[in-house]
Design a protein around this ligand. Structure first.
Ligand SMILES: Cc1cc2nc3c(=O)[nH]c(=O)nc-3n(C[C@H](O)[C@H](O)[C@H](O)COP(=O)(O)OP(=O)(O)OC[C@H]3O[C@@H](n4cnc5c(N)ncnc54)[C@H](O)[C@@H]3O)c2cc1C
Length: 487
């Protein structure tokens, strides 16, 4: 099939999805971009909606010019349709008799989509059966539980960031930022720009791990000059505002009567276990906390894509997944930042369109992608979660906030049933069965149980859907069950 005939659907309009759509259109495909958000840009370029734009948006975002160039090019391209507020709520594997292939069958995927404001009644139901699919669904941030984390005033750093960047709202007046990873720095910066006082940035990894992750083979970082500049900008901002950055520390409890009034900060050992006697209380009305990212895998799992042991989508050099016709790019293939997402998207889009990866912009994108993969490995080495964090839990610490399941209850269920299997423990303890469907607690539960399975992530319906919308969706004639494979 030539690029002219191919219909490529890209799910996700973050850096990876936008780059993929542009590359696919440049390679001659007809492209549809679907994103649940009402504005393009994903998590990295989260901004005010077009109808109430910020005066100087470019000051608030890195690579804003890249965003403008990509989004303008897509909007102007006659072969590209961009559909915002398009929630892909399920993916089915379908067999379509009579379509191209020597066997007379073509296995493909069918996307069920609702278009319209989230939660609004009467959203338009649409379905797509593309020739090629690029999944660029990104990640959400992961927060490890601690006593008091269910109090109002505790935010995931991503939520604090989204409110600051997307709405210009600060989550509090005196905010503590904590967790792990370079992401804490832009969060602190965004909070400062909304007028909040940031009392400190507490990075769980100790200086030794940070040095091992970031300073090993420094010559390989030469390609990440842009990232170094970005980092220097954040550090300068923290210094100007006298915000202390403290490695080897964590918020291990939040306190307050109906609202956060203070947090306990403790020093951690190399395994992230609190060092006894180092706890101190800090008065604050909000805490923004994240310990890295979890890829949004629902659609990839539904498609049957193979995952790595650390639960990212496995892709080859062309960003093709293990499922024919499905490519993946960005944070669902590894946490490497926006530069990696842009490069992977460009490669995936060109490949999905059947373009020549040896020509045009593709070879450059491949080189950037390969450099950026090293960056992802460094983030994991420097900031990856260490098992000692479990030591800051108490039996009454809530693990699943939707169902209010405590750590003690999870331990009790394990003792009673003798099972360490996530699926079994969640059915008995109810952890992971609430409205968020284990998005917040799924990985935590698996880590607590030491269960490497994929059970909690398998969600045939990606987001809650009204029964009326379900009824309005046309059913497919044939579809096959999907099983994620792990290697
Ligand atoms: C909350 C958060 C805030 C971040 N803030 C920063 C920051 O300030 N600075 C920084 O350097 N890095 C930040 N990062 C990291 C950075 O955003 C990523 O490196 C980069 O955005 C990854 O790009 P991506 O295209 O893979 O995914 P994303 O940018 O996450 O884009 C994924 C897109 O897919 C869409 N999507 C997902 N599932 C569906 C579905 N089923 N149907 C329809 N659409 C769907 C989402 O709406 C989203 O727009 C942040 C990450 C997160 C999670």
């Amino acid at each position: 099939m030539s690029g002219q005939e191919r219909h490529v659907v890209v799910v996700g309009a973050g850096p990876a999805g936008l780059a993929a759509a542009r590359a696919a259109a440049d390679a001659g495909a007809r492209v549809t971009v679907l994103d649940a958000a009402d504005v393009l840009g994903g998590q990295y370029w989260r901004h005010l909606p077009d109808e109430r734009p910020a005066g100087r948006e470019h000051l608030l975002h890195h690579k804003w010019d890249t965003y403008r160039a990509l989004s303008d090019a897509l909007r102007a391209h006659p072969a590209v349709t961009v559909v915002p507020t398009a929630q892909v709520w399920s993916l089915e594997q379908v067999s379509s008799p009579g379509l191209v292939s020597s066997s007379g069958r073509r296995d493909g995927v069918r996307l069920n989509v609702l278009v319209g404001e989230p939660d609004a009644a009467g959203r338009a139901a649409r379905t797509f059966e593309p020739d090629a699919l690029v999944l660029a669904t990104g990640a959400h941030d992961r927060t490890l539980p601690f006593p008091g984390w269910q109090l109002p005033g505790v935010y995931s750093a991503g939520a604090a960031q989204a409110l600051a960047k997307g709405e210009r709202v600060a989550v509090g007046r005196r905010v503590v930022v904590a967790g792990a990873g370079p992401f804490l720095l832009p969060v602190a910066s965004s909070l400062l720009r909304t007028g909040a006082t940031v009392l400190g940035v507490h990075e769980a990894s100790r200086t030794g791990s940070l040095a091992r992750g970031w300073l090993d083979r420094p010559w390989e970082l030469a390609g990440a000059v842009g990232k170094a500049g970005e980092l220097a900008g954040y550090v300068g901002e923290l210094v100007r505002h006298r915000v202390p950055w403290r490695p080897g520390e964590a918020v291990v409890a939040a306190h307050g009567d109906g609202q956060v009034e203070a947090v306990t900060v403790a020093r951690l050992d190399a395994r992230w276990a609190p060092v006894p006697g180092t706890e101190r209380q800090v008065e604050a009305d909000a805490v923004a906390v994240s310990h890295g990212f979890t890829p949004r895998l629902e659609l990839a799992i539904a498609a049957g894509c193979a995952l790595t042991a650390s639960r990212f989508v496995i892709v080859d050099d062309t960003q093709a997944t293990s499922v024919p016709g499905v490519w993946a790019a960005g944070e669902i293939t590894g946490i490497g930042g926006a530069d990696a997402a842009l490069a992977e998207g460009a490669v995936a889009g060109a490949a999905a369109a059947g373009g020549d990866l040896g020509a045009g912009a593709a070879p450059r994108a491949i080189r950037s992608r390969d450099r950026a993969r090293g960056f992802a490995a460094r983030i994991e080495a420097a900031h990856g979660i260490r098992g000692g964090w479990v030591r800051w839990l108490r039996d009454d610490t809530v693990v699943c906030r939707c169902e209010e399941t405590t750590y003690g209850r999870v331990r009790e269920v394990v003792e009673l049933t003798g099972s360490h299997e996530t699926r079994s423990v969640k059915l008995t303890s109810r952890a992971g069965l609430g409205p968020c469907q284990a998005r917040m607690c799924g990985r935590t539960l698996q880590d607590l149980l030491d269960d490497g399975g994929t059970g909690v992530d398998r969600r045939p319906i990606v987001v809650p859907v009204r029964l009326g919308d379900l009824a309005a969706t046309p059913t497919s004639s044939t579809h096959t069950a999907s099983q994620p494979q792990e290697t």
